[in-house]
Write a protein that binds this ligand. Structure first.
Ligand code: ADP
Length: 411
């Protein structure tokens, strides 16, 4: 009898959305044991707690569902997750998933690679909530919801911090008393699933560059940059939390800690400061218009311009900083929503880098979001590569699933 290939789900629970991707895991083609999960469908609920909307489409883009829900029906992540599971369970009736991989933002000092989730792992991840208050609670809600519904199902956590685990101590230190470093108060770095994907992709599309000194700018709602040497992360602009580095959609990026102290001295409580730094700052707070780059680009408000100018200026500065870490620069890569889709923002960032790095954009290639957007004569090539964080989660989950299956067979 012909068995269908096993199915796995990848869950990416963000601050206002839950995305679920369905992958099939074909038998290893080459006996080398590696797995290549293939995306078969993708569903997401956006606007949780605001204007919930469920969309599902197949890997080829064919839409399957597009439905808006009354706010009361999908008021929180728990409800969103239950709804999306219901929709998927109908679609996957004949081939239920054998494993679920979760994108988890913070793995702290304990988790340097993807792990099977058990009670102990869950407790450790819980303890990291204060270091990622915007994301970690939602990641854990999804994990708990699955455990409740299907306690036996293999669940895997894949961390945004893990790809940065090999950083030198210089890249980890904060200038605080050393005892805090020993307690785990150190710079971790985030967006690691995206950087891991880009490092792999670069090896495919430009193997010569992939061996060199590369800065990757992940510019989405969150934004950070990563220094890669020979495909490994050397440093990143985010630190202990996903607040550090360049300004983002709603997050502040690096600010003088004296400013935070000042806010506290004015009588603001820690939770109020937290909400401001994570949700009311960055492009949103500076512009007073929106956190969304498309809206800002279309806005005639002077402060929308100011916000974009500051964003580009700070991103370019971070490129320079990471080039110092790398001892030079062989390529710059843009990725994520803004990085892969906004010629204007890329051009503004690169304009700051022309003098120091001899970057010369090809405006036509940039406007078309082509893979290489610099002239042949540019001293440093600049590339645009869309990211695929879910693909990396699928890969790690499929590997651990294979391991679990092999263990079961051997027992
Ligand atoms: P997330 O970090 O939530 O995954 P994305 O990577 O999708 O977010 O990035 C969202 C950002 O990308 C938003 O600011 C959005 O405006 C921006 N963006 C998407 N498409 C474009 C575009 N064509 N031009 C400019 N900005 C864009």
């Amino acid at each position: 009898m012909n068995h269908p290939s096993p199915t796995i789900l990848v869950v990416n629970a963000g601050s206002s959305s839950v995305k679920v991707s369905v992958y099939t895991v074909p038998e290893a083609a080459h006996g080398d044991g590696d797995v290549n999960p293939e995306l078969s469908a993708h569903g997401q609920i956006e606007g949780i707690g605001v204007a919930p909307r469920l969309t599902v489409h197949m890997a080829d883009g064919r839409p399957v569902a597009d439905e808006r829900f009354p706010l009361a029906q999908v008021a929180d992540h728990d409800a969103a997750f239950r709804l999306i599971r219901l929709v998927l369970s109908i679609g996957l009736r004949d081939n239920p998933p054998v494993a679920i991989g979760h994108r988890v933002v913070h793995g702290g000092a304990d988790f340097t690679e993807a792990v099977r989730i058990d009670d102990e792992v869950l407790a450790k991840l819980e303890a990291l909530v204060p270091l990622a208050p915007l994301h970690q609670p939602h990641n854990l809600t999804a994990i708990r919801a699955v455990r409740e519904a299907a306690p036996e199902l293999l669940q895997v956590a894949c961390f945004d911090t893990a790809f940065h685990a090999g950083h030198d101590v210089m890249a980890q230190l904060l200038g605080l008393p050393y005892r805090y470093f020993e307690q785990g108060i150190r710079r971790y770095g985030f967006h690691g699933l995206s950087y891991e994907y880009i490092a792999r992709r670069l090896r495919q599309v430009a193997p010569d560059l992939a061996e060199g000194r590369v800065v990757v700018a992940h510019l989405g709602n969150g934004a950070s940059l990563c220094a890669l040497r020979d495909g490994r992360s050397i440093d990143s602009t985010m630190g202990l939390t996903a607040l550090d580095g360049m300004p983002m959609g709603t997050r502040c990026g690096a600010v003088d800690p004296g400013a935070v102290l000042w806010l506290a001295q004015q009588g603001m409580r820690a939770d109020e400061i937290q909400a401001m730094l994570y949700q009311e700052s960055g492009l949103k707070g500076l512009s007073g218009v929106s956190s969304d780059m498309r809206v800002l680009q279309a806005s005639a408000e002077p402060r929308a311009r100011l916000a974009i100018d500051f964003y580009a200026y700070r991103a370019a500065q971070e490129v320079g900083k990471l080039a110092v870490t790398l001892g030079g620069l062989d390529a710059l890569v843009f990725t994520a929503g803004i990085g892969a889709n906004s010629p204007e923002v890329r051009a503004r960032i690169c304009a700051h880098l022309t003098g120091l790095f001899g970057i010369e954009l090809d405006p036509g290639a940039n406007d078309d979001n082509r893979q290489r957007i610099t002239h042949d004569g540019s001293r440093i090539p600049v590339l645009v590569l869309p990211t695929d964080e879910e693909g990396i989660v699928a890969l790690s989950t499929a590997r651990l699933m294979r391991e679990a299956m092999a263990q079961k067979a051997a027992a």
